[in-house]
Ligand binder design. Structure first.
Ligand SMILES: Cc1ncc(COP(=O)(O)O)c(C=O)c1O
Length: 454
């Protein structure tokens, strides 16, 4: 059975974002089962899922009730669309999301995932401006290094050169501004410098051409960049001043990841739209959404105005049933409260690793934290491409995995180790993470010493 899976995976499966050549002489990691914070591979080996698969299995693995909700839905109505028709689960879920959302965010446009949500939010921003008589507003401002997905529109918002360049030319209208990573900012820099850079960009592009700004509450790519105090309030003012919409991309940060239903609640700002996916169903089924303010939906509610956009599977009944069951679990177990009550302990454990010379920075919020690795802590010197390759792909990712910890080692920006455990994680898992990270990071430091002396 196992060897069949290996053979078939190598022969037929096209893995995403994967150097498949790396598996020519080694096994594809095949995860076959999950339970709580843990998953098991085909050999029965257990791993602590410190990444919630891909920042998405928020309620943890093995929750049969989500599958049961899907099975009941399949029996009742396996599929119907949200194109011209509606079905009970998409209606109920839209109402449930609106009830949990802050402010006037009351209208839900379903998609099948995060890229589609980002793509839809950008198109909705353009359509909204057009129906209100400003058809030239089409541009989207996003931040350097941010990841907003891979479809051509979402990729335009994505600010990671290595992901964008191979697919140029992208959708016209993308513009990038600095992110909020203050680790290497000089101390006298105005803390709201990155917020003000958004206004500069809007003025440079011409406000009448700019449709929206899209930002994550905590930016994933680059390693959990948190906003400065007042950042989002300043951005909101800038957007209002120039008639630009603010999209909060919460594909990771919604559904409890930051200890709140929505990431914008953590930093107390009101976006015009929220994009979401992943944790909406805890990834037990593919589903995404754009949650829009009443003022965004209003122009489309009368006469012949139509948002001419949709996806066959957006708001699939089985996925909506799973999302409803997921929210039931989150409410019953107060998982947002659990994150708020335990995030400090999680952070303290990571902070305790600062005695290791390779640990340059620890940052993040809620159950979404990163450690930046450096070559020299005093000067904050980072690794060059070759060193980063040796460190992350040549050692860390394989070593952490072989010792039973799944986390993300990433160098889309400077090298980081990222942790984003299921929201049910607690003291036991934090201790286990430390017991693996500490020796592996110590060994990484020794290896760096050896590489530099060679
Ligand atoms: C902030 C953000 N936006 C969009 C996406 C794209 O989502 P998907 O992979 O579901 O298309 C991601 C995926 O990680 C994300 O983190």
């Amino acid at each position: 059975m196992s060897s069949d899976l290996q053979e078939q995976a190598k022969r037929h499966l096209w893995m995403h974002f994967t150097r498949m050549g790396a598996y020519e002489d080694s096994e594809v990691p095949v995860i076959v089962r999950g339970d709580g914070c843990y998953v098991y591979d085909e050999h029965g080996k257990r791993y602590l899922d410190g990444l919630s698969a891909l920042y998405c299995v928020n309620i943890g693995h093995g929750r049969a009730e989500l599958g049961q909700a899907a099975a009941r839905q399949a029996q009742e109505l396996g599929f119907y669309t949200n194109w011209s028709y509606a079905h009970p689960r998409s209606i109920e879920l839209a109402a449930r999301i609106a009830a949990l959302a802050p402010g006037n965010l009351n209208r839900v446009f379903f998609t099948s995932g995060g890229s589609e949500a980002v793509e839809s939010a950008w198109k909705l921003a353009k359509s909204y401006h057009a129906v209100r008589g400003e058809p030239t507003r089409h541009k989207l401002i996003s931040r350097h290094l941010a990841y907003h997905g891979t479809s051509m529109g979402a990729l335009t918002a994505t600010g990671v050169p290595a992901l964008r360049t191979p697919f140029e030319p992208l959708t016209p209208g993308g513009h990038h501004v600095p992110n909020t990573n203050s680790y290497r900012w000089s101390e006298d820099r105005d803390p709201l410098w990155a917020a003000d850079a958004i206004e500069e960009a809007i003025l440079f592009e011409g406000p009448s051409t700019v449709a929206a700004v899209i930002l994550e509450p905590v930016q994933n790519s680059g390693g959990c960049f948190v906003p400065q105090d007042g950042y989002f309030q300043r951005v909101r003012e800038i957007c209002d001043r120039h008639g630009v919409l603010l999209i909060s991309d919460e594909v990771i940060c919604a559904w409890g990841r930051l200890g709140h239903w929505f990431g914008c609640e953590r930093f107390d700002y009101r976006p015009d739209m929220i994009t979401m996916a992943k944790g909406l169903t805890s990834a037990y089924a593919p589903l995404g959404a754009v949650l829009a303010g009443d003022h965004i939906a209003e122009p489309f509610l009368h006469g012949t105005e139509t948002f001419t956009h949709g996806f066959t599977f957006g708001g699939h009944p089985m996925a909506c049933a799973v999302a409803l069951a997921n929210i039931d679990v989150m409410e019953r177990e107060d998982l947002c409260g659990h994150v708020r009550a335990n995030e400090l302990r999680f952070r303290e454990m990571l902070e305790s690793l600062r005695d290791l010379p390779i640990v340059g920075d620890v940052r993040g919020a809620g159950y979404f934290q990163a450690i930046e690795l450096v070559k020299d802590r005093d000067s904050k010197l980072t690794f060059d491409h070759e060193e980063s390759e040796l460190l992350l792909r040549g050692f860390l990712s394989g070593e952490l995995f072989s010792r039973g910890l799944i986390c993300r080692t990433d160098d889309r920006g400077d090298p980081v180790v990222q942790l984003s455990p299921p929201l049910i994680a607690g003291e036991e898992q934090f201790a286990e993470i430390e017991s693996i990270l500490r020796p592996v990071l110590s060994e990484a430091w020794k290896r760096i010493g050896r590489w530099s002396s060679q």
